[in-house]
Write a protein that binds this ligand. Structure first.
Ligand SMILES: [Zn+2]
Length: 505
């Protein structure tokens, strides 16, 4: 039974501020320039390594991904999914993939500062490589050979319409109107490249390069401005990872009350990266922490032996609760469980549940999956619903104004389903929910039940989990940051990624 004494809380809803996109763009501009710079620098480096004195002094406007150093034999690669290079654009923080700078362009992406330049062409509908080469006046003998070698390594695989073809081209004195193709590259997936190169004797050779894909652990740090989801994406985290993070936190965190503007969060991600630095998976959430007004909420991904993968607290408890924290949104406790002076009866009595003050008509949710065992008027409880969840556990809901749709004894309900609406029926001084929690038939304090309701690990699982949790928590502090990695990659032209390349076939 009974009462709402405190006034409604002043629910301060802060309107979400739009992410400052202009700022993001401004921040990224230097990174883009840096990438362009590294492309040029690596082009020079490659020229030096090729040992061609005629080229060594020339700065080639090549993007970094053209660098393919010494092939290293690898085991037969696993078949990769059929996807085009465009699927991988926009993975970089802020959705700006520096490598895409030269991709969708129909013409040379820089002024030819030498007789060598790069062309990026797109395969159109009903187009062929040979036709494409003929359009740019490549001599017939060359384009026949290039096409033949390409077909040989493609082995019946088709290049998708819209696929990007990258050419390294040279203008030579003997044939000023007909460009010489030095190389042609098609890279339908980041880990797979089909490459045709011109040899010294003027003939062409083809090879299929398979780049090794390895996991890389990175972290993304951000602070909440508006929606947590958007703040994460703006900081460089992939959207699905942020959704997972928020879902894992949602059982425990009251986002409206505990999370204020500007509060920080960190997510730990496992990316997949090719040996030459292309990100093939933007990042799977491994762990995350969110700084709240009074605490830090941390979630850790883990798969216990024989169990399903999920998120856990650092103490080894599943984040998923069998029961909702409160059977209502935006509710406040107006009267706790235990002895109290009864506001209507006027004497001290046991209060067998917790009261949540809320507006008339607020939906009441089933705290867990279960069966309706009672739905109707029940003395001082007014309109009342009782759910049985397990043989041991039941919950009761009193003073409803009306029942939820379809709620009657014998029907099953799912966690979160609306079973009724807040009212003041029975012995109540104002609209509120009287919520009871039963264990083995006896009412217990609903507010004290939350921790007992989670799955927890024990034994070997807990030991292994604790070790992993420790590691992740360390990495949340000191793993390389996504933005830092981008910057470091573009600042080290003297240390280009060493591709481990296998020739297919
Ligand atoms: Zn009550």
């Amino acid at each position: 039974m009974v009462m709402t004494d405190s006034p409604p809380p002043s629910d301060r809803l802060e309107p979400p501020k739009p992410a400052n996109q202009k700022l993001v763009l401004t921040l990224f501009r230097p990174v883009l320039f840096a990438f362009a710079a590294v492309g040029v620098a690596i082009g020079l480096l490659v020229a030096l390594h090729r040992g061609d004195p005629g080229v060594a002094t020339v700065l080639l406007p090549q993007p970094a991904e053209v660098v393919n150093a010494t092939p290293v034999p690898l085991a037969e690669p696993e078949p990769a999914p059929q996807i085009t290079a465009r699927d991988f654009q926009g993975f970089q923080p802020g959705g700006t993939d520096p490598s895409s700078m030269s991709l969708p362009v129909q013409q040379a992406d820089a002024e030819p500062v030498s007789d060598r330049y790069e062309l990026t062409l797109r395969l159109e509908k009903d187009d062929t490589i040979e036709k494409m080469l003929a359009d740019i006046d490549v001599p017939e003998a060359d384009r026949k050979q290039i096409d033949e070698k390409l077909q040989a390594i493609l082995k019946k695989r088709k290049i998708a319409v819209g696929e990007t073809i990258t050419l390294q081209v040279q203008t030579v004195a003997e044939q000023p109107d007909a460009p010489r193709v030095l190389s042609l590259s098609v890279r339908p997936q980041p880990e797979r490249e089909f490459l045709i190169t011109r040899k010294d004797d003027g003939s062409y050779a083809g090879e299929e390069k398979v780049y090794k894909v390895t996991p890389r652990i990175v972290r993304v740090e951000g602070s909440r401005h508006g929606s947590l989801q958007q703040s994460g994406v703006a900081a460089g985290a992939p959207s699905p990872a942020m959704l997972e993070f928020i879902r894992a936190l949602s059982y425990d965190v009251d986002f409206q009350r505990e999370l204020k503007e500007g509060m920080k969060f960190t997510v730990l991600l496992e990316q997949l990266v090719t040996s030459d630095g292309k990100v093939t998976h933007p990042g799977r959430l491994l762990a995350g922490e969110l700084f709240l007004t009074k605490r830090i909420a941390t979630v850790i991904r883990y798969r216990p032996a024989g169990g399903a993968e999920g998120f856990w607290t650092p103490q080894g408890e599943s984040v998923i609760r069998s029961f909702l924290r409160t059977p209502m949104d935006a509710s406040r406790v107006t009267s706790g469980f235990g002895m109290r002076d009864h506001p209507i009866l006027g004497y001290s009595a046991m209060h067998t549940g917790a009261d949540f003050g809320a507006q008339m008509g607020t939906p009441i949710l089933a705290a867990g999956n279960g069966k309706v065992v009672m739905a109707g008027f029940n003395g001082g409880y007014g309109l009342y619903v009782k759910l049985q969840h397990t043989a041991d556990i039941g919950t009761g809901y009193g003073h409803m104004s009306r029942l939820g749709p379809g709620i009657k004894p014998g029907v099953s309900v799912r966690q979160g389903q609306v079973i009724g609406f807040v009212g003041a029926t029975g012995m109540a001084t104002g609209p509120h929910l009287h919520y009871e929690f039963y264990r083995a038939g006896h009412p217990v304090n609903p507010l004290a039940q939350k921790f007992a309701m989670r799955a927890a690990m024990s034994g070997k699982d807990l030991v292994a989990f604790k070790a992993m949790s420790q590691r992740y928590q360390g990495q949340l502090k000191n793993a390389p940051q996504i933005s830092a990695i981008t910057a470091a990659d573009s600042k080290k032209p003297d240390a280009p990624p060493t591709p481990q390349v296998a020739t297919g076939r």
